[in-house]
Design a protein around this ligand. Structure first.
Ligand code: MG
Length: 380
């Protein structure tokens, strides 16, 4: 089998979120936005798909590298793109490589008529989810106060989520960052859901060491399950310093570049208790599984960052990650509505809080082609 074409299809949809100046998403007025579908075609009449890529980089850098290649030679293709990153760092990001790798996994599953998690070596067909909130805001009845978080956590537990993670306030929101306010929100949530629900915190990412330690000490008392990224992850020494002084599990690195290599260094240095990565952080499912197995060899849990089909299939093919991150959630957003370009929800959750993996071939995305055709902007 040979790859014959690599295309992107851009189309519009109506979004109900907007980004703040730091890039964090919040509910917003309805607006038109664009989505890009990556399609990899072969001479065997089978294709692979992924939603979310950069059309220009696919055309300029990726397509010439893929035409004529065997789509089942994923390791070779991933290595080749990884090497091309060195002198294309400004454009060929880990997220673009992820889109290619996931479209190739989707293609393999469709060609072999199997869901991807079974190609990886299946471990389970459902995973418990945690409710992962958007960052704090100043919206009335949204996530503007510690009480808002408490009310929303109660709602999430009633919906079936077995665990809850707060993303608290970040600039540009007034009063942020604040260790005191973060701990007030964490306390309000603990009081609302009781002692038995696992709770996690992902706060402002640029606190200094003392602020991060103050947060950790507060969360120890509240019996939190883990904390993520309270400091810039490029300072691994700061995380070693933090881990040495708290028994709160520290989970990371998440956004730090360096794929599986940097995660190996963090484990070796004692900079984390739980490792962390998602398909978007390391450049696809191929390097994510390398990282998962690296962690397993050290007896370290790997909590998967973010949702979506790539991360869900990884979680159903591994034993050392506990939760699926479902979100980002907000009281004003109905997360159980499927994306407009899909015919059904890709991460359906039952009332016990389990996300069930689709059993259809590939990554299990039931694509609404009529919608894409009707809203198409261009094809390249
Ligand atoms: Mg995080």
């Amino acid at each position: 089998m040979k790859i014959t074409d690599v295309e992107t299809i851009r189309f519009t949809y109506i979004s109900n979120t907007e980004r703040d100046s730091d890039g964090h998403g919040h509910p917003g007025p309805k607006r038109e936005a664009a989505q890009t579908l990556l399609k990899i075609s072969t001479d065997a009449d089978v294709c692979g798909y992924w939603f979310g890529t950069n059309a220009e980089v696919i055309r300029g850098v990726v397509k010439p590298a893929l035409i004529g290649e065997d789509p089942f030679m994923r390791e070779k293709i991933w290595r080749d793109l990884n090497h091309r990153q060195r002198l294309n760092l400004g454009t060929l990001s880990d997220k673009v490589i992820m889109s290619v790798d996931l479209a190739l996994w989707d293609l393999a599953g469709r060609a072999l008529n199997q869901p991807v998690y079974k190609l990886l070596g299946g471990y389970r067909d459902k995973v418990p989810a945690y409710a992962s909130t958007m960052c704090g805001d100043d919206l009335e009845g949204g996530l503007g106060t510690p009480e808002d978080y408490a009310r929303f956590a109660e709602w999430c537990v009633k919906r079936g989520y077995p665990a809850f993670k707060l993303h608290t306030w970040q600039p540009p929101y007034k009063g942020a960052p604040s260790v005191k306010r973060d701990l007030e929100a964490c306390t309000a949530v603990r009081e609302a859901v009781g002692p038995d629900v696992p709770l996690m915190l992902d706060p402002y990412h640029y606190y200094d060491r003392e602020a991060a330690l103050a947060l950790a000490k507060g969360l120890e008392k509240l019996n939190y399950y883990w904390m993520e990224e309270p400091m810039d992850e490029h300072s691994m020494s700061s995380y070693v310093w933090l881990c040495e002084q708290t028994h709160l599990p520290i989970c990371g690195p998440e956004t730090c570049e360096g794929k599986m290599y940097v995660r190996a260094e963090w484990i070796k240095a004692g900079a984390c208790d739980i490792s962390r990565c998602g398909v978007g952080d390391v450049g696809g499912l191929t390097p994510l599984m390398k990282t998962v197995h690296l962690c397993e060899s050290f007896g370290v849990r790997c909590e998967i960052h973010g949702g979506g089909p790539g991360n869900l299939h990884a979680l159903c093919a591994m034993s050392n990650g506990e939760f699926y991150e479902r979100g980002l959630l907000h009281p004003f957003i109905d997360f159980d509505e499927p994306a407009p370009w899909l015919r059904e929800h890709g991460e359906p959750m039952d009332d016990k809080g389990y996300v069930h993996i689709p059993q259809s071939p590939g990554l299990g995305m039931n694509i609404n082609w009529d919608y894409i055709e009707k809203n198409k902007i261009d094809r390249g």
